[in-house]
Design a protein around this ligand. Structure first.
Ligand SMILES: NC(=O)c1ccc[n+]([C@@H]2O[C@H](COP(=O)([O-])OP(=O)(O)OC[C@H]3O[C@@H](n4cnc5c(N)ncnc54)[C@H](O)[C@@H]3O)[C@@H](O)[C@H]2O)c1
Length: 449
């Protein structure tokens, strides 16, 4: 089938690449000339495991290309996917400017009846609004379908190719059938396709992200209580996660959630609720807990060192909002770095993939290091903000030798208290207070994971 994907970012690029890989003839449209040029040279522009190989193989096979040419791209696809950004506005409501602009482009250039699929995360009612907006101006009618994307950055290709489920929200049964058929190669292992009303699909995407964010804020609040009561939250996590009704996923205490989805979508659902006249106090608390949690490492740092951090150097390991991505949007590390700089500290950062984005964000205010141990040179403390695998079993002796003071603030609870005691690090995790570590690690056989 001939397909057009508008927006070649994390979602649009993965969508275009994976749909071309199943034999479709795909054109990707973006309004960023440097991105289109790089993609047509076979460069992925984002870091995403496995993406580069399928990008280049499908481009070589002639099934995938990228363009800035709106009329040509809109003429090409029988189905047009929209995967442009929907960032939050200052009041937390989603900014639909790009979605509406794309709708106007489609209305202007559409040359026959088509299906328009919204993959971007949008508030309830956006599908109705977009369909009316396009059909009011276009010479040919379009059917708007909502097909929310559930991929996770870092495993986006695998998630797209083997989704837990596919959600199709449509007001037109024929359009739903076409989109369902397009997904058949990805659901051969009995993954369900749920066809529903368009508004229900829009709501499903927000509700899914809000549910996951709620679990994270819940365990973070439990961790903060544990911190004060000198309880190791890892014990509590194991104790509750092994209950089959609860499970372990998204129950890892940390320095708060970030990225371009959870913070935005929780706020987006609050906006949808308010517009519907419904109180969203649970969601507001989930958001507020997270706003505070992203300062938890900074607060531990100033409790330890005082408010004035001039003359102190901090190493940061991990800047991306999660491992296996280069995305630093809303990352807890970015917020921490900003606070450290404001307090006069010197910051030396390492991330396996996100340094280019970090340099773009902070220029020369932060020194960036390709090698993790280099970032430690002369540091008064290390703060870990992303759980990249390579940070899990480092050479602690080498770390001690390069740092000015052996102090770790671990925003991802990577190390056991026993390991920290053995290597003589002063250690601050999340929900595992240092006082607890000092008091109990000598008495108990603490072989915690
Ligand atoms: N990133 C994720 O993990 C993820 C997962 C699920 C859903 N989503 C949702 O998908 C949407 C896209 O997210 P993303 O992370 O891919 O965003 P992104 O910022 O990486 O990509 C958006 C792309 O759209 C392009 N663009 C913007 N306006 C355009 C226009 N008028 N015409 C053509 N191109 C235009 C931009 O240049 C950019 O390349 C958002 O609504 C997001 O909430 C994201």
């Amino acid at each position: 089938m001939k397909l057009t994907v508008i927006g070649s970012g994390y979602v649009g690029l993965v969508t275009a690449v994976c749909l071309s890989d199943t034999g479709n003839d795909v054109v990707g449209l973006d309004n960023d000339p440097s991105k289109v040029e790089a993609l047509n040279r076979g460069q992925t522009v984002i870091f995403e495991p496995g993406l580069g190989e399928i990008l280049t193989s499908n481009m070589k096979a002639g099934r995938l290309r990228f363009t800035l040419d709106k009329p040509a791209a809109i003429h090409h696809g029988d189905v047009i996917f929209i995967a442009v950004g929907t960032p939050p506005k200052a009041d937390g409501s989603p900014d639909l400017t790009a979605i509406r602009a794309v709708g106007d482009d489609i209305a202007q250039h559409v040359d026959k009846p088509k299906i328009v699929v919204i993959k971007s995360t949008v508030p309830v009612g956006t599908g109705d609004e977009l369909e009316q907006r396009i059909n009011a101006k276009a010479p040919f009618k379009v059917s708007v379908v909502n097909n929310p994307e559930f991929l996770k950055e870092g495993s986006a290709v695998a998630d797209f190719q083997k989704p837990d489920r596919v959600i199709i929200g449509a007001e037109n049964a024929e359009a739903a059938a076409v989109i369902s058929e397009l997904h058949e190669p990805f659901i051969r292992n009995q993954r369900p396709v749920h066809i529903m009303r368009r508004a229900a699909a829009e709501m499903t995407k927000y509700a899914a992200n809000a549910a996951l964010a709620t679990r994270i804020s819940f365990i973070n609040q439990v961790a903060n209580i544990c911190d004060e009561l000198e309880i190791d939250v890892n014990d509590v996590r194991r104790g509750i996660g092994s209950d089959s009704r609860i499970g372990f996923q998204f129950l890892y205490p940390g320095a708060g959630y970030g990225g371009s989805c959870f913070p935005k979508d929780v706020q987006g659902l609050i906006y949808v609720a308010k517009r519907a006249g419904v109180t969203a106090d649970l969601l507001e608390s989930v958001h507020q807990v997270n706003v505070r949690q992203r300062l938890v490492i900074y607060n531990k740092i100033i409790t330890r060192f005082g408010q004035d951090l001039a003359k102190l150097t901090f190493a940061i390991w991990g800047v991306a909002f999660k491992p296996k991505t280069d995305d630093i949007r809303e990352a807890p590390a970015v917020i921490l770095i900003e606070k450290l700089l404001q307090a006069g500290a010197t910051v030396r950062a390492h991330d396996p993939e996100a340094l280019a984005n970090l340099r773009q964000r902070f220029a020369d205010r932060v020194s960036c290091h390709e090698q993790a141990y280099q970032a430690l040179d002369g540091a008064d403390a290390l703060a870990i903000l992303t759980e990249w695998n390579e940070f899990r079993s480092p050479n602690f002796e080498l770390m001690r030798a390069r740092m000015r003071q052996p102090i770790i603030f671990d925003g991802r609870n990577l190390y056991s208290l026993e390991t920290m005691r053995k290597h003589q690090f002063e250690y601050y995790g999340i929900g595992r207070s240092a006082a607890y570590a000092a008091r109990y690690s000598d008495r108990l056989d603490v072989s915690l994971p």
